[in-house]
Design a protein around this ligand. Structure first.
Ligand code: FAD
Length: 396
């Protein structure tokens, strides 16, 4: 058997017995995704990452596993509990951030935007084919000049009879190069309010160009989009998306999921570091026998256990319909910070092998950087929580 052959596979790290709290439904989703990751995702994922190749074979498995569609009920969607959603995203990211982010954009952002802001007819029109992934979704909010301050977005929507005309630019839009259904957030030129429009591609005036030279989440693409006089029928305007606050509702929902994603990456790092430290011999002894190595592993475990507790509690709050955007923001901030620490330690504990794709850790070390930034950076989450605890807004 090859040296370090099982690096990357789950050790089942659960020091505080957090998993005893799982319901049968949560166990089922968790176990299904874990088995898929260990047996189907890990074997070829490093090569896909290196070649920046979309993992289509793995993407096609997601609807077969019935994990597409978050907690949306009906329309062929997964209809998971929020905690089960978190567990699924955790496990996918433990295997591969690209695959996990692909699903996060498609289901967590695009499908949820339609589910939360669409009419009954609009949900019926798009969600079933998105649940089966016969149609792929994207969510276009960020612009070249508006990232953290996306509230100030400049893409315009002008009413023209029974159509709207969209003009503007978007940046960093996941799945946009291959998406069939792109939820575009644009400002109504009359009211000045931000509204959501479903742009079905291909359509005249819509162009998406992949961002290249990317060192994180290499297997999936984000795109620069230009919208030049794109005509969208009024029936494609999401009827419940009337102001930016409606867009923010969708993002608040996925912010907590980002905390679970970070936990997945961190778990991969810790498990690989522990396994490697047990197997690798230096100075005639396993690395794990040295006090400093044990201390580093235990500090990683302490961080990881804290992240698990954060996730279980935001899961419980979400299950009860009580997860606030601020609490989700604290969880995202805490967990991406902790994941970066853990992955940095893990990368070092693997020595030179720590920078090789075949040992998995380097990929997670690079991929956590994207999670750290998207859907509100660590700093923006900090400012959101800071505003909540002080009552003073420091950024708007
Ligand atoms: C891999 C990836 C995938 C993405 N997918 C999508 C997607 O599918 N759809 C979509 O719409 N967007 C997507 N995004 C965009 C993402 O949400 C933005 O990158 C993010 O919100 C940050 O915006 P920015 O990159 O413009 O950075 P900026 O806003 O320019 O921030 C740069 C730095 O300044 C800091 N900063 C900003 N404002 C303040 C302040 N007031 N005080 C202190 N510090 C501040 C930030 O924290 C950061 O450190 C994606 C991004 C990435 C990297």
């Amino acid at each position: 058997m090859a040296e370090y052959a099982h690096l990357g596979e789950a050790l089942g790290t659960d020091f505080f017995s957090v998993r005893e709290q799982f319901t049968a439904e949560q166990w089922d989703r968790f176990a299904t995704t874990r088995t898929f990751v260990d047996t189907e995702v890990l074997p070829g994922v490093g090569d896909l990452w290196e070649r920046a190749e979309l993992p289509w074979k793995l993407i096609r498995r997601l609807p077969e596993l019935r994990i597409v569609g978050e907690d949306i009920q009906g329309y062929g969607a997964a209809g998971m509990s929020p905690t089960a959603c978190g567990l699924v995203h955790m496990e996918l990211h433990r295997g591969d951030g690209s695959l996990g982010t692909f699903l996060g954009v498609h289901a967590g952002l695009a499908m949820q935007a339609i589910a939360m802001c669409g009419s009954a007819e609009q949900r019926e029109r798009w969600l079933p084919s998105m649940s089966t992934m016969d149609r792929i979704g994207a969510f276009a909010l960020t612009e070249p000049d508006h990232g953290s301050d996306s509230v100030a977005l400049e893409t315009s929507a002008r009413r023209d009879g029974d159509h709207w005309v969209l003009d503007g630019r978007k940046r960093w839009i996941g799945n946009a190069t291959i998406a069939d259904v792109v939820v575009v957030w644009a400002r109504d030129t009359d009211s000045g309010e931000v509204q959501g429009f479903v742009v079905e591609t291909p359509t005249e005036g819509f162009a998406a160009t992949a961002i290249t030279g990317k060192l994180s989440l290499r297997s999936i693409q984000q795109a620069d989009i230009t919208l030049t006089g794109v005509r969208v029928p009024d029936e494609n305007r999401l009827v419940e998306a009337r102001t930016f606050a409606d867009c923010a509702r969708v993002l608040a929902n996925t912010r907590g999921i980002c905390a679970w994603m970070a936990l997945g990456h961190a778990t991969a790092g810790y498990d690989a570091a522990l396994r490697y430290a047990m197997e690798r011999t230096q100075f005639g002894k396993p690395l794990a026998s040295f006090q400093i190595v044990q201390q580093r592993l235990v500090h990683m475990l302490a961080d990881l256990t804290g992240m698990q507790l954060y996730c279980m509690q935001i899961g419980r709050l979400a299950d009860a319909g009580r997860l606030s955007p601020t609490v989700a923001g604290l969880a995202k901030m805490n967990n991406t910070r902790a994941a970066r620490r853990i992955l940095s330690e893990a990368r070092d504990l693997l020595g030179g092998n720590g920078i090789l794709l075949e040992h998995h850790v380097a990929r997670h070390w690079a991929d956590i950087e994207a999670v750290h930034t998207f859907e509100g950076t660590e700093t923006i989450q900090t400012l959101i929580v800071g505003r909540d605890v002080t009552g003073i807004g420091a950024f708007s």
